[in-house]
Design a protein around this ligand. Structure first.
Ligand code: SAH
Length: 325
């Protein structure tokens, strides 16, 4: 039994069944605090770890938007849940070349991942919560961040809970599931409020759906394979599909503007990733196959190109970033 499972069982024995939201929150807090989950020997791989091209396209999109907004000098680069800091390093290389001289602010709760981020982005400032970010124009990125925040599940209007049955953790009810995520909406409201008041743009990239739909999307991944979500609490990554309709509504509610929701593959192609792949292949002929494979993984319809989606949230006073129409 994992240490977290022991603690959760004691809690359930004392207080009764816990909500799916409490369960997911406890599992991921423990999971991320105790390891670096990324990479071939870890549990999963994200787009920036596949290729530098991903972060470079994001840097180029942010740089272009910032310049068209008049290149405000007080703008800051912000990333939520930056993992190893790879995306930040790749995006900032492009942003710095474009003349962006602003500060770097990272929102990260895991001490293990903060240590990695210090190596990739040594001059950054770290925060525990989006509510602590400076009130400045933001150039913000959140890649595979919202999917890790806890969700609530309801069955026929009743909140679904985790209990102990037949000696193991079990759900207290099954049926048609409706998911919501107040935690995600709170994060989106917080950044959108800042964008609306101070200017800036946020790129939110995650796997999920453009319109709300019912269904159980909670999943666990360990060692690059799916696993039962109640197995080994705290030792596997728990995520769920992001409802981009709810993201847009939360942002619009506090006065920010949102773009259409675009599949990641289409978006990267519109931003010019194919030309970047050609240039990299020409410059490093020995790595041309790797570059081609990475391009396919990031944009292919049966890979990350279609399931992953992108939305931009921006100040009404800023132009929409490129790639959304
Ligand atoms: N964006 C990175 C990593 C994605 S994994 C990439 O694309 O590679 C999720 C990241 O979010 C990790 O850095 C994790 O530690 C962080 N994280 C998860 N829950 C968080 C929370 N509640 N507050 C801040 N960071 C969190």
């Amino acid at each position: 039994m994992t240490p977290l499972e022991r603690a959760l069982r004691e809690r359930i024995a004392a207080e009764g069944p816990i909500t799916v939201e409490t369960y997911m929150d406890a599992c991921n807090a423990y999971y991320y605090a105790t390891r670096d989950p990324l990479g071939a020997r870890g549990d999963f791989i994200t787009a920036p770890e596949i290729s530098q091209m991903f972060g470079e396209m994001i840097g180029a999109a942010l740089a272009d938007c910032w310049k068209r907004a008049g290149a405000p000098e007080d703008a800051v680069y912000v990333e939520l849940g930056p993992g190893r800091g790879t995306l930040a390093a790749d995006a900032l290389r492009v942003l710095r070349t474009a003349g962006f001289g602003g500060e770097v602010h990272l929102v990260e709760t895991s001490p293990v991942l903060r240590e990695q981020q210090v190596r990739s982005v040594p001059d950054a400032v770290w925060h525990d919560s989006v509510d602590d970010l400076p009130g400045r124009p933001l150039l913000l990125v959140a890649n595979e961040f919202l999917d890790a925040l806890p969700i609530r599940q309801h069955v026929a209007g009743i909140e679904r809970r985790v209990t102990v049955a037949a000696g193991g953790l079990a759900f207290d009810r099954d049926g048609e599931i409706v998911e919501t995520s107040p935690a995600r909406e709170a994060v989106v409201r917080s950044i959108a409020t800042c964008l609306a008041a101070k200017g800036g743009v946020a790129l939110v990239i995650d796997y999920g759906h453009e319109r709300f739909a019912s269904g159980d999307t909670l999943q666990a991944v360990r060692g690059h394979r799916f696993a039962p979500v109640l197995a080994d609490p705290g030792e596997q990554d728990l995520t769920s599909h992001v409802d981009f309709e709810a993201v847009a509504e939360a942002a619009n509610f506090v006065g920010a503007t949102t773009t259409a929701v675009v599949p990641q593959g289409e978006w990267l192609i519109r931003l010019g990733i194919e030309a970047r792949a050609q240039a990299l292949s020409r410059a490093h002929a020995d790595r041309a196959d790797d570059v081609g494979n990475a391009l396919e993984r990031l944009t292919g319809r049966d890979q990350m190109g279609e399931l992953f989606k992108v939305i931009a949230i921006h100040s009404p006073d800023w132009p929409a970033p490129a790639g959304f129409e």
